[in-house]
Design a protein around this ligand. Structure first.
Ligand code: C2O
Ligand code: CU
Length: 468
């Protein structure tokens, strides 16, 4: 019923007369007026989904367009998206387009950028996609529970000149806490978890299914777009017998390179585009193992080679670097310097549960545990200013820290310049470590800056950066 409308040129919107047409023509220098508008509909509602598969019953989930993950949104760099969101949930929601540099009013943050979409109501999001890459969408209201029950989906922006590959494959990685009957355990917001690593589940899915094998063909080159859509779980994926090459992080191109120690580490919300040359023989198989939590390694899936003859006999040349996106380069010499200190949680020092004062919140940034209602800006930057933000994790826990509306370069780790100064929108900071990020504050508005372990975000580890 609520099938997603396939992307296509909406010619009606180019005709004069409607407000929508006015929007299309007022795009100014950011794209030609004739750039296609791609229309999608996302219906957020309760549904049932075969997460584990027979003999287990389907799981009651909350999801978009009756599927887990939600319908993939795919566009080309420079397109405009118009996405109608219908809320058929029993509670309010919003949708955030993680990593896409949208105008502030389209950012999907309740109370900060829009009114929550009440049950039975709609909201139309409309924005350009200036940068190619792998992004995703998810609610930004009661995020821990709404994402934890299944609301998320991939948002892929194709390059004008994509890398030549045999297959472009998206893996939305999900993490669930399931009871024996495959139902979701409803213990969201458990104090013990909120103040530690967050709600890590017991069942990992790829594209909404507990995977056993995924079939591949000998000799093929895959572009694997990995999206960590989990509320708290960090992945460290090893592709045994293969040599993964990272070509993009959080949607932004990097010089193709093997991940450190052969392990692709993804904190919640982070993405990696990985090129995989399937170098095994027909009939063979290659395991993908998650070794992030040392004592809890497990096999995620087997890549099973079909018996077909190899696609090619000679390996392909190493890939070229993808064209960079349109990010403005921060001026480090004249940048404004700011600090963000992450505190709170269990075992973080200065008493067992420091940060538990205030409003009973577990976490804070620069001493403030934000509640979602008092969102005074932590930092105000004038538009066009370069900013270096030194983030220090004074806790005993990992935090994937995300900034809305901008991508940033990770310029230093623990005081040492990074080798690649990679662009990201989410930076994973280990316990007691630090990272410097640099960006140009070129997108006006109030932007969330928060931990993407959703229990941490919901319990105070968020702030607002204003670009005035
Ligand atoms: Cu992916 Cu503020 O979120
Ligand atoms: Cu955190």
């Amino acid at each position: 019923m609520h099938s997603i409308r396939r992307p296509g040129i909406d010619r009606r919107s180019l005709l004069a007369g409607s407000l929508a047409a006015a929007a299309v023509f007022s795009r100014g220098s950011r794209g030609s007026p004739a750039a296609p508008v791609r229309e999608f509909t996302l219906v957020a509602a309760a549904g049932r989904w075969p997460l584990v598969g027979p003999p287990y019953p389907d799981t009651d989930v909350w999801c978009y367009n009756a599927s887990v993950p939600g319908s993939e949104i795919r566009a080309r760099q420079g397109d405009r998206l118009r996405i109608l969101v219908e809320n058929e949930l029993s509670q309010a929601t919003t949708v955030h387009w993680h990593g896409v540099r949208v105008p502030n009013a389209m950012d999907g943050v309740p109370l900060l950028t829009q009114k929550p979409i009440a049950p039975g109501e709609n909201f139309v999001y409309e924005f350009d996609v200036p940068d190619a890459g792998t992004y995703w969408y998810h609610p930004h209201h009661h995020s821990s529970e709404q994402v934890g029950r299944g609301l998320s989906g991939a948002l892929i922006v194709e390059e004008i000149e994509p890398l030549p590959v045999d297959r472009d494959v998206v893996w939305v990685l999900g993490d669930w806490r399931l009871a024996r009957d495959a139902s979701i355990v409803g213990d969201f917001g458990n104090r013990m978890e909120v103040t530690t690593a967050g709600r890590i589940g017991n069942t990992v899915t790829i594209n909404g299914r507990v995977p056993e094998t995924i079939s591949v063909r000998a000799g093929e080159r895959l572009r694997l777009r990995l999206i960590n859509a989990a509320a708290a779980r960090i992945f460290g994926l090893e592709f045994r017998d293969l040599r993964p090459l990272i070509v993009a992080l959080d949607g932004q191109p990097v010089a193709p390179r093997e991940p450190p120690k052969g392990r692709v580490v993804l904190g919640p919300a982070m993405r990696a585009d990985v090129l995989l040359d399937m170098s095994g023989k027909p009939g063979a198989s290659a395991a993908v193992v998650d070794t992030f939590y040392h004592d809890f390694s497990y096999k995620l899936v087997d890549l099973a080679y079909s018996s077909e003859p190899p696609v090619r006999t000679r390996p392909l040349d190493p890939p070229a670097r993808l064209h960079s996106n349109t990010m403005p380069e921060p001026d480090l010499d004249n940048a404004e310097k700011h600090t963000a200190i992450l505190e709170g949680g269990m075992m973080s020092g200065r008493g067992m549960m420091m940060g538990m004062g205030g409003h009973g919140m577990g976490w804070s940034i620069n001493g403030v545990a934000a509640s979602g209602h008092d969102m005074a800006p932590m930092i105000t930057l004038s538009r066009g200013r370069s900013c270096v933000l030194a983030i220090r994790n004074d806790t005993a826990w990992f935090h994937p820290i995300h900034l809305h509306g901008h991508s940033f370069r990770v310029t230093a780790r623990n005081g040492q310049p990074t080798r690649d100064r990679e662009w990201r929108d989410t930076v994973l900071i280990p316990p007691r470590e630090a990272a410097d990020i640099a960006f140009v504050a070129d997108n006006p508005g109030d932007w969330m800056f928060h931990c993407h372990i959703l229990d941490h975000q919901d319990s105070g580890m968020m702030a607002v950066i204003r670009v005035a």
